[in-house]
Design a protein around this ligand. Structure first.
Ligand code: ZN
Length: 88
């Protein structure tokens, strides 16, 4: 059994789908994860207890309802990271 924060998946999915509307200046993995970390720190976690393997199927069958809190947090995080990438 393990703990998993469903919000992680929601934030990463939102980053992927929002890219069409909000420009992310740097597309590297570091910036993508920085954006996710900033957004997640501003959102309440959604922890579930899950068995390994089970979660994967569940997450993939979920219908993502992109809620405005997540979109707002991700948009802000994208702006912050685009203005100040944490690398050269
Ligand atoms: Zn980058």
């Amino acid at each position: 059994m393990e703990l998993y924060n469903l919000m992680e998946n929601e934030v990463l999915n939102t980053i992927d789908s929002i890219q069409k509307e909000v420009e992310i200046k740097c597309q590297c993995e570091k910036c993508r994860l920085d954006i996710a970390a900033i957004a997640l720190n501003n959102l309440s976690p959604k922890y579930v207890v899950t068995e390994k393997g089970y979660l994967y199927a569940k997450v993939n069958n979920m219908n993502y309802q992109f809620n405005t809190d997540v979109i707002t947090a991700v948009t802000k995080a994208i702006e912050m990271v685009s203005e100040n990438p944490k690398h050269d």
